[in-house]
Design a protein around this ligand. Structure first.
Ligand SMILES: CC(C)(COP(=O)(O)OP(=O)(O)OC[C@H]1O[C@@H](n2cnc3c(N)ncnc32)[C@H](O)[C@@H]1OP(=O)(O)O)[C@@H](O)C(=O)NCCC(=O)NCCS
Length: 168
């Protein structure tokens, strides 16, 4: 079987992305149209992990401002004029295909957005993924009251994290 690989997400992938999101994040539901808007706004940041049979994962990222966190299941409406980070909205991979693929997504992403001038990646770690993101070079940002309020829709233990885009 050929190895799963990351490629740009297409509109026709939306049903598969949405199905994986619903399966992996049952407690954090988002409408397909909300995910589609991110793909439309930043096609170079949105990828799927593809196999000859099926899509087995996705990563969605778009330009944003540091310490700003888009609420879940909410349209962005527009991207900021002076984005200073690439916000990784989500990476989700079906269990059988995990192991090395998020590290690969980060490298794919760095290539895809290398011309953008953005040098920082941001994300909200959910569940117990903080050590995984630390392993990939992200560092937790100490949350003040404003940041804590923005993290509220992401569930207990959500942590805002940053790293340099080129870090390995
Ligand atoms: C998060 C997710 C996409 C990671 O996929 P993955 O293929 O397991 O990721 P990788 O193997 O590339 O992991 C990256 C690194 O973290 C390490 N890692 C994995 N789990 C870890 C843990 N619990 N503690 C510390 N490091 C960990 C890996 O060993 C790897 O390091 P290495 O490349 O030096 O070996 C996958 O687990 C998933 O879909 N989870 C459910 C959805 C989710 O939580 N998404 C994240 C939302 S913030």
């Amino acid at each position: 079987m050929s190895k799963p690989h990351w490629r740009p997400a297409r509109t026709s992938d939306l049903a598969a992305i949405s199905a994986i999101a619903a399966r992996i994040h049952p407690a954090l539901p988002e409408r397909a149209e909300v995910l589609a808007e991110k793909m439309r706004f930043c096609p170079e940041g949105c990828g799927v992990l593809d196999t000859p049979q099926d899509i087995v994962g996705y990563g969605l990222a778009h330009p944003w401002m540091q310490r700003q966190i888009p609420p879940l299941d909410t349209f962005l409406h527009e991207l900021p004029d002076r984005a200073d980070c690439l916000y990784v909205h989500d990476v989700a991979v079906l269990p059988d295909f995990r192991g090395g693929v998020t590290r690969a997504y980060m490298a794919w992403l760095a290539d895809m957005v290398s011309a953008s001038g953005i040098a920082t990646l941001a994300l909200v770690s959910v569940y117990t993924t903080r050590p995984l993101w630390e392993r990939l070079g992200f560092r937790a940002v100490t949350a003040d009251a404003a940041l804590r309020a923005k993290l509220a829709s992401y569930g207990e233990g959500a942590t805002y994290m940053l790293r340099g885009l080129a870090a390995t």
